[in-house]
Design a protein around this ligand. Structure first.
Ligand code: SF4
Length: 87
C-alpha cells in the first residue's frame, strides 16, 4: 500500500495539523492486543510513549494522558517524580 493510500484509508488530520489514525481502537489492533502491522507500523507507534524524546518535558498534558494508557509511561513518570521530589 502506498503512503498516500494509507493516509486516505486510515488517517485523520486534527485541527493542529497532526496526523492520527482515524479509529479507536486502531484498525490494526488484533484481538490479542498485538499489532497486525508491527514490522511496518507508523513512526508514531514506533516512538510511543515518547519518553526517550528530547521534547518529553515540554509535553506534560500528553505525558499525563499516556500514563493512563501505557503502563511503561506510568512507571517512567512515577520514577521521574520520585527523583525530582528528592532533589
Ligand atoms: S502499534 Fe500502532 S498500528 Fe499497531 S495496533 Fe497499535 S496503534 Fe495500531
Amino acid at each position: 500500500m502506498s503512503a498516500k493510500q494509507f493516509i486516505r484509508n486510515y488517517v485523520l488530520e486534527d485541527i493542529n495539523g497532526e496526523m492520527n489514525l482515524n479509529r479507536i481502537p486502531c484498525h490494526f489492533l488484533n484481538a490479542d492486543h498485538s499489532c497486525a502491522i508491527y514490522d511496518v507500523r507508523p513512526e508514531a507507534c514506533r516512538r510511543y510513549p515518547h519518553t526517550d524524546e528530547k521534547g518529553f518535558f515540554n509535553r506534560p498534558a500528553l505525558n499525563a494522558r499516556n500514563t493512563m494508557i501505557c503502563p511503561a509511561a506510568f512507571q517512567i513518570v512515577e520514577k521521574l517524580k520520585s527523583i525530582t521530589q528528592n532533589v
